[in-house]
Design a binder for this molecule. Sequence first.
Ligand code: UT7
Length: 325
Amino acid sequence: MRSHILGTGSYVPKQVLTNVDLEQLVDTSDAWIVERTGIRERRRAAPGEACSDLGVQAAQQALSAAHIQAADLDLIIVATCTGDSPLPSTASLIQYRLGAARAAAFDISAACCGFVYALSVADAFVRSGQYRYVLVIGAEVMTSITDWTDRNTCVIFGDGAGAAVVGPTEEDRGLLSIHLHADGRLSDLICVPGGGSSIPASEFMLAERLQFVKMRGNETFKIAVKTMEGAVREAVAAQDLTVADIDFLVPHQANIRILKAVVERLGLSMDQVIINLDRVGNTSAASIPLALDEAVRAGQIQPGSLIVLAAFGAGLTWASGVIRW
Ligand code: UT7
């Protein structure tokens, strides 16, 4: 038995933050941001709009697309680094809001790779027969950990959520394989130093702005290109396929230059890459499910399409997956 994605959904907050808006906050320009990242605008959650609020909206769409009732869910996994609060899990909050009374619930922390990591857990539970329907959500309010005085990071991130209902299939399609990787030696390349047990919330933490995301962007960029290329090659090789068999690449939306470099190395065409970062920026764990849902709803991804997911992010983590849609 295989698992398959039975339905997808997504949600972005209403407020649009353009590059011109950011010109008012930091020493940057629309031209620099577009040229160096490909991002034109991103979404920002309203005050009080939390990760679970975004996740619930995406989840309801995914359940409806999958024709599955919340009451039938066995497990809810939320991939996020910006959950509503440290305790309880955002998955528990969403379980209650959806009325998924039978479902177990937990969060996964794997930054921008979170959705692919969560998908692999869902896949394992479904293939083992322990659970039938697993709801996987990637949801982030990255603007809650954004330092609006740091031009290296504030131009990149945005808020959003994407969701997928994973269930069993007897058909010759579904999640074919997933590969997960991590290298903790590079954990300081992207991090939020404060707010956890090593530097708990304090006046010191606030004064040093340690509650915000820090990123050594240029170093991250170079590693991202190499690891994403490797992850895609590993994914197709595991299925005795080649890069030429790929119909669509659904990558983590970090930077258009990263995607162009990866595509060039692989010998793919940009037409095969699902891209929405120009409109939503880097939404971390929400990035892949948001892009996937948009492509499915637009009819770009069709039954039978061979798609490869490829992610990269803090940890460092990187991951890939092959899906016959
Ligand atoms: O999602 C998790 C994974 N994250 C990523 O994959 C992010 C990967 N990294 C990136 O996307 C890029 O490294 C950035 C977009 C973050 C930065 O672009 P870059 O081309 O690597 O720029 P850089 O950091 O090498 O900086 C080049 C120059 C610097 O100025 P000087 O020192 O040459 O005078 C920066 O201070 O650009 C400056 N700069 C900016 N200028 C205008 C950095 N940010 C900005 C900005 N506006 N927003």
